[in-house]
Design a protein around this ligand. Structure first.
Ligand SMILES: Nc1nc(=O)c2c([nH]1)NC[C@@H]1CN(c3ccc(C(=O)N[C@@H](CCC(=O)O)C(=O)O)cc3)C=[N+]21
Length: 296
């Protein structure tokens, strides 16, 4: 039996619609326009496409969008000054510094210089600590998007076995925290995990976030499981390249109950959640009620 395809692209459009509705209400009732600033260091072409998409969707949702481009060899002080100016700017409610940064820059230092209230990526240590202790925080966009898809598909997640493959600070760890918050039994697997296939086969929810193209195959999947593929890997395909996930889609889809495709799965949800977090940040900054269904 083939798995149901979880249409992240359609779900993300729905989320963006809710965001746009809320933005319209903020404008009409309070004269507020949520603003998002994206800081991009260097000229990585893949990052540029992604930043352009974010800017476009931000404007389409009725929000204010700014891009701040800095040279690849920018010094740390200039970058920190840029962040400091955005922290102080009342038009800006969300700040995203595109990662990875060039290696001469200390990304922990830069991320932790963002005002936690404007940290729409949820990467500031203060937000990480709040999430880990179950307190209100800014929640990282990709894990938040995955959680929305899982709740939509499965309803209550309580008591389900979840295995997260990958232990990054941007996806694996916050994903595990969110699943724990929804009362799953959570295991984080990684490159040193023993008998990883057998462990993954215990998962009702399997989240693949390792950044290794097509690593998870159908024999890792419990029949009927929900598989969330966070990977976005560009691999050679004849003369061109193609986008594949961390899951081998064909074999996983034969076994899973439901699976997210790549592209069109988690990726669009990440951007939708970035917009949602910007609206949430704007509401919190102004002491207003937060949008329902757009936060964890
Ligand atoms: N501070 C920071 N926050 C981020 O959230 C962040 C970042 N840095 N650095 C780069 C990665 C990458 N990322 C993507 C989000 C959506 C798609 C996306 O929408 N992908 C489409 C396909 C796009 C295509 O065709 O290339 C899809 O999966 O359907 C891709 C990549 C966010 N990132």
């Amino acid at each position: 039996m083939a798995a149901e395809v979880i249409d992240g692209k359609a779900f993300a459009a729905d989320v963006r619609g809710k965001v746009a509705d809320h933005v319209a209400r903020l404008k009409a009732d309070h004269g507020l326009v949520p603003g998002l600033a994206v800081v991009l260091v260097g000229e990585d072409p893949a990052s540029q496409v992604y930043v352009r998409n974010k800017g476009k969707q931000t404007v389409e949702a009725g929000m204010h969008s700014e891009e701040h481009r800095l040279d690849a060899d920018v010094d740390e002080k200039t970058l920190l000054d840029t962040v400091a100016r955005l922290n102080a700017d009342p038009k800006i409610h969300g700040i995203l510094v595109q990662l990875p940064l060039p290696s001469h820059l200390n990304s922990d230092l830069v991320i932790n210089s963002i005002d936690p209230a404007k940290d729409v990526d949820g990467f500031h240590i203060s937000n990480v600590g709040l999430l880990g202790t179950g307190q209100k925080s800014m929640v990282p966009c990709t894990p938040l998007g995955c959680l929305m898809l899982l709740r939509d598909r499965l309803g209550n997640l309580s008591g389900l076995n979840a295995v997260v493959v990958g232990r990054s600070n941007i996806v694996g760890k916050p994903m595990a925290q969110l699943l724990l918050g929804d009362s799953c039994t959570v295991t984080i697997a990684h490159s040193r995990t023993k008998e990883i296939e057998a462990l993954c086969r215990t998962a009702d929810i399997l989240v693949a976030a390792v950044g290794r193209p097509e690593m998870v195959t159908g024999d890792w999947v419990k029949p009927g499981a929900t598989v969330i593929d966070v990977g976005i890997n560009r691999v050679p395909n004849g003369e061109k390249t193609k986008l594949v996930g961390d899951c081998d889609y064909a074999s996983c889809a034969e076994v899973a109950g439901a699976i997210t495709p790549v592209p069109g799965g988690v990726g669009p949800m990440t951007i939708a959640c970035l917009l949602a977090n910007t609206v949430t940040a704007c509401c919190r900054a102004n002491g207003l009620e937060e949008p329902a269904g757009l936060t964890a």
